[in-house]
Design a protein around this ligand. Structure first.
Ligand code: AMP
Length: 425
């Protein structure tokens, strides 16, 4: 099976060839002909399956066949996404796949000034990628006309529901023409998703790629049991001794992400945090630096990292386990993408044992716990002092300011010596 077997036009095949995709992924094989034929779709697929190309390629083809000329055109396809990162990423995919077509794409999301978006929207577009809240603002101020929408895509619908966007989505749907094609993508199926699908979709093709577990097959999962206050030392040890060049680390809180970023930098590891309190510009910069290899570690909260397309990510670390087992699946879906393997490591403290068991139950498999390696516990300068340091001078704490004060890992596991709690935090 090749992309040309799916009925795609030469301009799209060229764009796919530029991306060096050899063969269509299973979701693309099912979704592309169905979307080309105008069918509604309910797809159970997570990030990493190639779902974006699965809906973007056929939508581009349909829009091209029905080209509207003139500059004042209203969007004909609306793609709703839960986060600004995902919206920006999907818009970029639309531009990449549509590079040989004359279609216009624009993205709108919150967290940045609305004025440039208003100006850009005046120029018209064919495909609008949006987060629900900002879109409604723009619609209410009459800067967006949704009356020409022919195709609606809800990408990561489960996450949009989790984030409380359902009333916004309902409002948006009411503003769309009745006659339209609807595509719903969701990594998980809850009752709410089912209810939304029932209301929205007409005779949908149900696609169960559900590689909720399939990509996970490619990910080497392991866990280390470690005391909470030693996690950062073990993490620094793993990064440094493994000579990791790129690792995405999940923390539970924004504050925890900031603190760990500073601690890693104190250990000589270049790092940056990405979470909801950071400006859009700071998030984009951190992500770019990570993708370009300028920093080793990207420390992220769940929501900020959701849907990020970071290619061939070799290492993902759950610094803290998520409360919801499905989030674990999403997190480790950052690695082992599109056929490439990766490694997902969870640092599990005593109070997280039950979370690990919940995850194993959802995965229907156990995650091997490895013997904790011997790692150095290093006392670094206090965080407050670190905070005044220029952010990219990750080696500033080497040498005199740092003192090895004890070893963790095997020794701790064998019970030789108690951790010297207060000193490490
Ligand atoms: P997605 O699931 O849409 O987030 O896509 C995951 C990643 O797979 C992206 O980096 C895409 O560029 C890549 N990708 C999509 N389709 C293919 C394909 N047929 N072959 C190889 N990589 C692909």
């Amino acid at each position: 099976m090749s992309f040309s077997d799916l009925g795609l036009m030469p301009e799209l095949l060229r764009a796919v060839a530029d991306k060096a995709y050899d063969t269509p992924s299973p979701i693309q094989i099912q979704a592309i002909p169905a979307v080309l034929a105008g069918r509604d779709i309910l797809a159970n697929a997570q990030t990493g399956t190639g779902k974006t190309a699965g809906f973007v390629l056929p939508i581009l083809q349909r829009l091209h066949a029905d080209t509207v000329h003139g500059t004042q055109r209203a969007p004909r396809t609306l793609i709703l996404a839960p986060t600004r990162e995902l919206a920006a990423q999907v818009a970029q995919s639309v531009r990449d796949y549509g590079k040989y077509l004359q279609l216009r794409t624009y993205q709108v999301f919150g967290g940045v000034s609305i004025n440039p978006q208003i100006t850009a929207l005046r120029n018209g577009c064919d495909i609008l990628v949006a987060t629900p809240g900002r879109l409604l603002d723009l619609v209410q101020q009459r800067f967006v006309d949704l009356s020409k929408i022919q195709v609606l895509v809800l990408d990561e619908a489960d996450r949009m529901l989790d984030m409380g966007f359902i009333p916004d989505i309902r409002r948006i749907i009411k503003l769309l023409p009745q006659q339209r094609q609807n595509l719903l993508f969701s990594a998980t199926y809850s009752d709410d998703i089912r209810a939304l699908a029932e209301r929205l979709l007409r005779n949908p093709l149900s696609i169960q790629i559900a590689p909720r577990n399939a990509p996970i097959e490619l990910v080497e999962q392991r866990a280390y049991r470690v005391q909470k206050e030693h996690k950062r030392h073990l993490l620094a040890h793993l990064i440094l001794t493994g000579q990791w060049r790129q690792v995405l680390i999940f923390t539970r809180t924004k504050h925890g992400a900031n603190r760990l970023t500073q601690q890693l930098e104190g250990a000589g590891i270049t790092a940056s945090a990405i979470h909801g309190n950071k400006s859009q510009a700071a998030r984009v910069k951190a992500l770019d630096m990570f993708k370009n290899g300028q920093i080793t570690a990207l420390v992220a909260t769940e929501v900020a990292a959701r849907g990020l397309d970071i290619k061939e990510l070799p290492h993902v670390v759950n610094y803290e386990l998520p409360n919801v087992p499905e989030d674990y699946v999403h997190r480790i879906g950052r690695t082992g993408r599109a056929g490439l393997g990766g490694e997902a490591i969870s640092l599990v403290s005593a109070d997280e044992g039950s979370l690990l068991r919940d995850i194993e139950r959802v995965l229907r498999r156990s995650i091997p716990t490895l013997p904790t390696p011997e790692f150095r516990i290093v006392e670094s300068a206090p965080v407050a002092a670190d905070a005044n340091r220029p952010a990219r001078h990750g080696h500033g704490n080497r040498g005199g300011e740092r003192r090895d004060i004890r070893r963790g890992g095997h020794m701790a596991a064998r019970g030789r010596g108690q951790p010297q709690r207060g000193r490490f935090n």
